[in-house]
Structure formats: structure tokens, C-alpha cells
Design a protein around this ligand. Structure first.
Ligand SMILES: Cc1cc2nc3c(=O)[nH]c(=O)nc-3n(C[C@H](O)[C@H](O)[C@H](O)COP(=O)(O)OP(=O)(O)OC[C@H]3O[C@@H](n4cnc5c(N)ncnc54)[C@H](O)[C@@H]3O)c2cc1C
Length: 453
């Protein structure tokens, strides 16, 4: 079999590429996907009791009109529910609104003073050189107090690597940095300074979780253009063909891979072993999702919250989403049930015992008072994503700079959350647009703007 455009992986990136090819009038393309479903990490599952789960709480913050238009088309304008993105940190037995640094007044007085002392110290004596890593960056931006209370333990729980091994230049708009005047004003005037509000909304599918979006996009792209249960085991760049696990092969003129970059480099026959090993140096963490379906109603304190962050060690998870709030149809009967979805990271530096995780998660939900002994658990669901977060490690960019051009020289374009390995452009909108921009580059020569080596 031969196609003009071959796309490996039918997650948001692969679907974005295929959608754009079709949009530009190109019909000669094919998607190969190893899973039985399309959507990649942006997939949803219905458990045996009828509760829906995402692979972690998926929220869309779109940066692109093209993406928004496709989202409208995918589910129709009525296929969505809109929410204010209300997020909180659970710490010291209380909820603190996010961003933490602007709301330290919620903490016990000794902790408020500890945080303030740290900010005063860095204001008086700023670091005179560029921070060497994420640990130094947090210390220099937030001060030692906020670092010890929240930033360091929370970030280790999310990233699953020591913060000294992480870079910080990727942060950009993602973290609201600290401003002494603002923090003091909030403390003294007892003012809330939150990240949500009328302009801070997100939308979520009414039915079928995040996966419903990508199923719909898959249909728009064409079921006849997608082969599921189809694992690529080798890429022969010279011959422009890929080998599949069933022994068959597909020839192509142009190739986009959205599988993890380290795996992709490993599959290309023409890539030297030393470079394959270099690609193997890219760090990543796995994500463990535990969903808990409950009979009853969330306690009043939880009702308005979308998701919560957990920096402390009394629970394995770093984040919990009140998933029944995202859509009443995420549970079989919203009048009598609700659901909590937890995320726990894992890496060689932060191992997780999969046998005990469910039990530890339920204890953690009790320790953090999200559920009480009275709440009746009616369903649990677990999912392990081996590749969950592409780690922005210190060596990441240098490895990408070595590996990516070598692949592109062979005509292998690698894009997407793990295809490009850049966490800062790895959400659904970025990933979809990386695919779209690859198609634009292929057909029209337009330079890509979301992914840059
Ligand atoms: C815990 C968690 C929370 C998230 N939260 C959000 C959020 O709130 N908002 C948001 O916008 N995004 C969120 N994301 C990110 C979102 O899931 C990604 O942006 C998106 O799925 C990336 O799409 P992709 O196509 O690049 O990669 P993937 O979704 O990983 O798709 C790659 C595809 O390639 C396939 N593949 C791999 N190897 C092969 C092979 N050898 N042969 C054939 N196929 C192969 C895989 O099966 C997969 O389907 C979250 C992700 C996680 C893990």
C-alpha cells in the first residue's frame, strides 16, 4: 500500500494534521494508530458502573481560532458546557485559592510570616545571576518560605523529578510570579486574588468526556482514513516505508510521527545508535489516574471547585478533579452521585506501587477530607499512562536539537506532546495545531509557529 501523507498516531496531533490536509483538499492520507481507539491521551472511558473518566482532568485553554472553530464543529455549539476554572490548593487542613502565592493570607500566621520573610529577602537580595535550574528559579522568584511551604513539595509531586534536574525557561505564562506589593496588600486588606473569574472560563463536552471531541474529529477526518490496532514497529526512511506489527508495510511520500520522540528515533533504521541513545536521555513521567465514583453529594465546600492541588504527603495524588461538575452526564445519576478523579505521577525518581495505589488514594481522599467515612464508593477506575508528562529537564532542548534535525533530514517529522517533547506546547490545542501547521508546511511551505526546534 502507498499513500502520499502518512501519519503515525491518531491523538490530537495526528488528527489535526489529517483534518488540515482534508481542509486543504488533500485526500491521499492515512493515520495508523496502535490503540483500538482514536484520541490518544485525550480519550475517555466509561467504567462498568457507568461513570465517565478522562486520562486526568482535561480542560481546554485555547490559543487558536482555527482550533476553536474545529471544536465548535466537532460537537456543535450545543455540545458543550461552560465553567469558571476555579482551582484551590489543599494545605495545612484548609483550602487556599490558586494562585497560592497571592493568597497566603489563608495560611496560619506563622506560615504567612515565613512566606513574607522569603519574599522580602529576595526583594532585598535578588539572585545576581541566572538561576541554574527550577529549584533555584522558584527560590529566587517566590522566596524560601513559599518554596518550602508549597512550590517545592508540590512541584516534586507533579513532575516526579528533583527540581534541580528541571529547567525553568519553559514556564512563560504558566505560573503567576510573585509581586511583594500585591502579596502584602492581599494579606493586609484580606483580599482574595484568584485566577478565576468571568473571563476565565473553559468548556467541556456535555457527553462522553474529552474523548467525545476526538471521536468526532476522527469522524470528520474519515473512518476509512484511520487504521486502529495498528502498531508501527520500524521506519525505513530510505525506502520511505513503515513496517507494522502484523508484518505488512505502508509506503509514503511524507511522514508525520506523533509517537514519543525517543521511541520514534529508536524505530528509524538510518538513525545511528549513539543518537538513539541520546534520544533515550529525554526524561518523562508516567501518570496514574484513579477515579472514584460515589453515592451522595460533594460536601458544600467542594461544590464550586473544579480541581484542587495537593502538595502534602498525606495523599499520593497531586491533583483531584471534581469530574461530575464538568458534566452531570459524567455520572450515571447526578442527583445521587458524584465523582472525583485523581492524578499521581511516577518516574524512576518517584516510584509508585500500583498494587496499593487505589487503597492509598482512597485513604488520601479521606485524609484530605474530600470524602468522609460516610460516603459510599460505588465505583473505582484506574489507568496507567506510561508516557504522561514530557519532562522539561535541563538536557531536554540540547537533545531535541540533536535528534530532531537528524530525523527531519531523513524526512521524518516528529510533532505533538511527546513527538515534540515540549511541555509548554503540549496541551490539546497546541498538539492539534502542531499537526495543522505541519500540514500547512507540507502543502504550502508555511513555517510552523507552535513547535520550534
Ligand atoms: C494527566 C494529563 C492531563 C492533561 N490535561 C490536559 C488539559 O487539561 N488540557 C489540555 O488541553 N490537555 C491536557 N493534556 C494533554 C493532552 O492529552 C495532549 O495534549 C494530547 O493528547 C496530545 O496529543 P498527541 O496527539 O500529541 O499525543 P497522544 O495523545 O499521546 O497521541 C499519540 C498517539 O500515537 C499513538 N502511537 C504511539 N506509538 C505508536 C506506534 N508505534 N504505532 C502507532 N501508533 C502509535 C498512541 O497510541 C497515541 O494514540 C493532559 C494530559 C495528561 C496526561
Amino acid at each position: 500500500m502507498k499513500v502520499k501523507y502518512l501519519i503515525l498516531g491518531a491523538g490530537p496531533t495526528g488528527l489535526g494534521a489529517a483534518y488540515r490536509l482534508k481542509d486543504l483538499g488533500e485526500q491521499d492520507y492515512l493515520l495508523l494508530e496502535k490503540n483500538p481507539w482514536v484520541g490518544g491521551l485525550a480519550t475517555s472511558f466509561k467504567d462498568d458502573a457507568g461513570f465517565w473518566w478522562d486520562i486526568g482532568g482535561h480542560v481546554q485553554f485555547s490559543h487558536y481560532k482555527y482550533f476553536d472553530d474545529v471544536m465548535d464543529l466537532s460537537l456543535g455549539k450545543d455540545g458543550w458546557l461552560e465553567h469558571e476554572r476555579e482551582s484551590w490548593v489543599w494545605i495545612k487542613n484548609r483550602f487556599v485559592p490558586y494562585p497560592f502565592q497571592n493568597n497566603i493570607r489563608y495560611l496560619p500566621k506563622e506560615s504567612v510570616w515565613k512566606c513574607l520573610k522569603g519574599i522580602i529577602e529576595i526583594t532585598k537580595n535578588p539572585l545576581a545571576r541566572k538561576p541554574a535550574n527550577f529549584a533555584e528559579w522558584t527560590q529566587s522568584i517566590f522566596g524560601a518560605g513559599i518554596g518550602e511551604e508549597f512550590m517545592n513539595p508540590y512541584n516534586f509531586k507533579v513532575w516526579a523529578y528533583p527540581l534541580t534536574e528541571l529547567a525553568y525557561h519553559w514556564i512563560g505564562e504558566r505560573v503567576s510570579v510573585v509581586d511583594l506589593n500585591r502579596v502584602l496588600e492581599n494579606v493586609i486588606l484580606e483580599r482574595d486574588d484568584v485566577s478565576w473569574g468571568p473571563n476565565n472560563k473553559f468548556r467541556f463536552p456535555k457527553q462522553g468526556g474529552t474523548g467525545a471531541i476526538w471521536h468526532a474529529v476522527g469522524k470528520m477526518v474519515g473512518a476509512d482514513k484511520t487504521r486502529t490496532n495498528c502498531t508501527v514497529t520500524r521506519i525505513n526512511a530510505q525506502e520511505r516505508s513503515v513496517l507494522l506489527s502484523d508484518g505488512s508495510s505502508v509506503q509514503y511520500e511524507h511522514l508525520l510521527s506523533t509517537m514519543p520522540l525517543d521511541i520514534c528515533a529508536g524505530l528509524v533504521s538510518e538513525i545511528p545508535d549513539a543518537l538513539k541513545q541520546r534520544a533515550g536521555g529525554l526524561k518523562y513521567s508516567s501518570t496514574n489516574i484513579v477515579g472514584v465514583g460515589l453515592r451522595g453529594q460533594p460536601k458544600p465546600e467542594l461544590e464550586s471547585k473544579c480541581w484542587m492541588y495537593f502538595p502534602e504527603s498525606d495523599c499520593p495524588f497531586y491533583r483531584v478533579t471534581l469530574f461530575s461538575k464538568y458534566s452531570p452526564l459524567n455520572v450515571p445519576d447526578i442527583k445521587t452521585q458524584f465523582s472525583l478523579m485523581t492524578e499521581t505521577s511516577e518516574s524512576p525518581a518517584k516510584p509508585v506501587n500500583h498494587k496499593t495505589l487505589l487503597e492509598e488514594t482512597i485513604s488520601g481522599l479521606r485524609n484530605t477530607k474530600l470524602i468522609s467515612d460516610k460516603d459510599q464508593i460505588v465505583s473505582t477506575w484506574t489507568f496507567h499512562a506510561p508516557y504522561g508528562y514530557p519532562t522539561p529537564s535541563l538536557e531536554r532542548d540540547a537533545i531535541i536539537k540533536d535528534v530532531m534535525p537528524a530525523l527531519q533530514k531523513l524526512g521524518v517529522y516528529s510533532r505533538g506532546r511527546f513527538g515534540g517533547w515540549k511541555y509548554e506546547v503540549a496541551n490539546q490545542d497546541h498538539s492539534f495545531m502542531q499537526g495543522v501547521e505541519w500540514a500547512d508546511y507540507m502543502l504550502k511551505g508555511v513555517e510552523e509557529s507552535t513547535f520550534k526546534v
